[in-house]
Design a protein around this ligand. Structure first.
Ligand SMILES: [Fe+2]
Length: 389
């Protein structure tokens, strides 16, 4: 654990079922009269709730421009420049509203930034490159998982280099987030599961990473408890709005902990798999998550006992046994939700093992965040093989 740390949160939150209806009053009270709305095209076309909220905001703002974003897991810098260029050509906006999954929210944050900062999106790739304060931004997640509404990251793929490296750090936060499960009710089950397990990966890797601190642990532990208890509803009780609302809370807490601490092996694996083989980010991490926890437990890591205590009362077990039990519960959750154990669905089998292992070599810095040593040369290929048929 870090003895000295810096902890930041920049995002105000509107929380609750139907909270988006408060956006009209918010826009009016703040005097925002020129609003740009970036919305996932599926949501814009099919969601009655979107039509209702759009009307509320249009009425309050006077001028609203709606831009539909194509549904893509992996937005790239070219697409960002295209959307930002169009937004620039429309004149001055006072507020950018992003409604959609992680990609849409990342796009909203980056477009808001490019409305005040010159040049192309890729000029700001990396950390703390943004100089000028972006246009005010509201993010509204329609899936519970990425936590982009609270983080200081916007992830884009560099098509030329085939790698994901986002725009991160200063000014890359939304100013407000709306956590309202009315949006998530129409999310397809596959996408909801992938996002939900993304949040679980954030919670567990933020909890266990070497850079965790007392504040990030408060976030990651509560995130884990909420996610563990409510993720099964995506299978057995998907219409339960209260539980879907809690998933948004768990996702938010997990991401708030994550960007203030660090990540880990499973999250790191998902990036090259997404950039090269189009494995969805959430599932890409989730496939490996239980195996990473088992790996850590086998090597004597026992902090997971604290997490077991949050969901099961087992006073007869010592810390080692509790950690083993935790790994088992996580495996059961993952299997119960239908997270695949292999990458076969994305055309990845043992014949591609060397190719995929090579993509993991540059990830040693991320692997170093794991609480027990994990090497890109030996441990990564070994873990990978477990998930290739
Ligand atoms: Fe993630």
């Amino acid at each position: 654990m870090s003895e000295e740390f810096f902890f930041q949160l920049h995002t105000n939150v509107f929380y609750g079922l139907g909270a988006s209806r408060r956006l009209g009053g918010f826009v009016r009270d703040r005097g925002f009269s020129r609003v740009l709305m970036l919305v996932d095209e599926g949501c814009a076309k099919h969601s009655a709730y979107f039509r209702e909220i759009r009307e509320i905001i249009e009425l309050a703002a006077g001028s609203l421009h709606v831009e539909q974003l194509r549904g893509t897991e992996e937005p790239d810098y070219d697409y960002l420049d295209q959307v930002a260029g169009h937004a620039r050509s429309l004149g001055d906006f006072e507020l950018v509203l992003g409604i959609g999954g992680g990609s849409c929210m990342d796009m909203a944050k980056a477009v808001a930034m490019l409305l005040t900062n010159p040049g192309r999106g890729i000029d700001y790739r990396g950390f703390d490159k943004v100089r000028l304060h972006p246009v005010a931004t509201v993010c509204v997640p329609t899936t519970a998982g990425t936590g982009s509404e609270v983080t200081i990251n916007a992830v884009f793929t560099d098509k030329a280099e085939r790698r994901k490296l986002g725009i991160n750090g200063r000014f890359m936060n939304a100013d407000w987030a709306v956590l309202d499960a009315e949006w998530t009710m129409s999310c397809p089950q596959d996408a909801a599961l992938s996002s939900g397990m993304d949040a679980m990966t954030h919670a567990l890797e933020s909890f266990s990473c070497r850079q965790h601190n007392v504040l990030t642990r408060a976030y990651s532990k509560e995130a884990f408890r909420i996610l563990y208890q409510n993720l099964p509803c995506l299978k057995d009780d998907p219409e339960n709005r209260d539980r879907r609302q809690l998933l948004l809370l768990g996702s938010y807490l997990a991401a708030a902990g994550l960007f203030n601490s660090g990540s880990g092996v499973a999250g790191a694996f998902s990036y090259p798999l997404g950039a090269h083989f189009k494995v969805p980010h959430g599932i890409g991490g989730a496939i490996f998550l239980a195996s990473v926890v088992e790996y850590n437990v086998e090597r004597g890591y026992t902090d997971y006992a604290e997490l077991l205590d949050l969901v099961e009362c087992r006073p007869e077990l010592d810390e080692r046994e509790k950690s083993r039990r935790f790994a088992l519960l996580l495996r059961e959750l993952s299997d119960g939700l239908g997270v695949p154990r292999t990458l076969a669905k994305w055309g990845l089998a043992r014949d591609k093992a060397d190719q995929v292992a090579a993509l993991m070599l540059p990830l040693q810095a991320a692997f170093d965040q794991n609480p027990v040593p994990f090497s890109a040369e030996e441990d990564a290929p070994r873990l990978l093989m477990k998930h290739l048929d």
